[in-house]
Design a binder for this molecule. Sequence first.
Ligand code: NAD
Ligand code: TYD
Length: 379
Amino acid sequence: MTFKRNILVTGGAGFIGSHVVRLFVNKYPDYRIINVDNLTYAGNLANLKDIEKYQNYIFIKADICDFERMCDIVSQYDVDGIIHLAAESHVDRSIKDPFTFARTNVMGTLALLQAAKLYWESRPERYEGKRFYHISTDEVYGALELTNPEGTESPFTTKASSTLHHAYGTEFFLETTKYNPHSPYSASKASSDHFVRAYHDTYGMPTIVTNCSNNYGPYQFPEKLIPLFINNIRLRKALPVYGKGENVRDWLYVEDHARAIDLIFHKGTTAETYNIGGFNEWKNIDIIRVIIKTVDRLLGNPEGFSDNLITYVTDRAGHDLRYAIDSRKLQSELGWEPSLQFEEGIEKTVRWYLDNQEWMEQITSGEYERYYQEMYHNR
Ligand code: NAD
Ligand code: TYD
């Protein structure tokens, strides 16, 4: 069987990657989707159980830092598009082990870029019809001021905004905002973004970079705030709130990110950067209260039942105060609109984790439980 396109997705067994793979495999039966993932603690093939037997899907267990292997895969499958999501992605882990982040996020991205360059430059059509799409984060821009601590009416909204429409400051991250990363995670992502742009500027590789805000939804590894807290409430375990819980994050439903990736991969302008976000800012303590309320309601607990699980713990080192993405360029140039309002998205998410306890138990047993206990007790 010949395919119209051969698209390599890296990190497809992770949280966002699995949604991207699922979307592409279903929506484009004439594309072959090659998922390369080395299944770190965050990679889980159970995330793709529903599509694993599809004819247009291939999984390859490989490390993106293995340059020879990346060269072999890109040429063997005649790859013409790369959507690069593989990364170490958790800030707390990056504080403990920055080398792993530099290795995967910087050196891994470089290995992939160089493998694509060698193969594409060896073809008669060279870069014609090719695309290297790098998925990055808003965290590379650093942190914004929290000038409206109570939250005021946001000047911008999308369908993803909560009914509150709050903004906690007057500034937003734009595509032109200067990079100013603070954590080893964001420093490694910033560095990889620079390499991607350098491959465009130096070799003419058709690259695109997008910077998205915090994602939430099904299949997120339960070391991140939302799945961790849903699971802890269910198990009546403490909810470790860093500092005073006043840091602000901008939350987007993961399927809306995947839809943006699809649109930008096909219609985005080469060498451009697009911010992705839904103007949906939340103070941590407020989103935590929404999660508690939703879980209690769905479990049939009386209102306020799990409030006493909130436990204030030592703040994260270098904890960025506020992230808020301005995604108007993506909306106006490519017509992207999120599909879910926050209240719908969070309800869907909580239900998913409560209905998929087997998935949760499979990853929270053994090694991860030991890691989590150590992290928690060392705070
Ligand atoms: P994740 O940690 O859930 O998944 C990462 C995946 O990459 C895992 O499947 C893992 O096995 C794989 N991987 C890690 N190292 C690898 C290596 N050396 N070789 C091959 N595969 C490897 O991460 P996520 O939350 O799905 O994030 C995906 C991408 O999106 C990352 O690049 C991240 O920086 C970016 N991003 C994430 C968010 C978010 O809120 N989660 C927001 C914006 C951008
Ligand atoms: P996280 O999900 O780790 O995403 P990121 O650090 O990439 O934004 O954390 C989201 C916010 O929640 C962040 O401000 C840190 C905070 N947080 C807690 O208060 N307690 C926790 O146990 C975790 C994991 C995060």
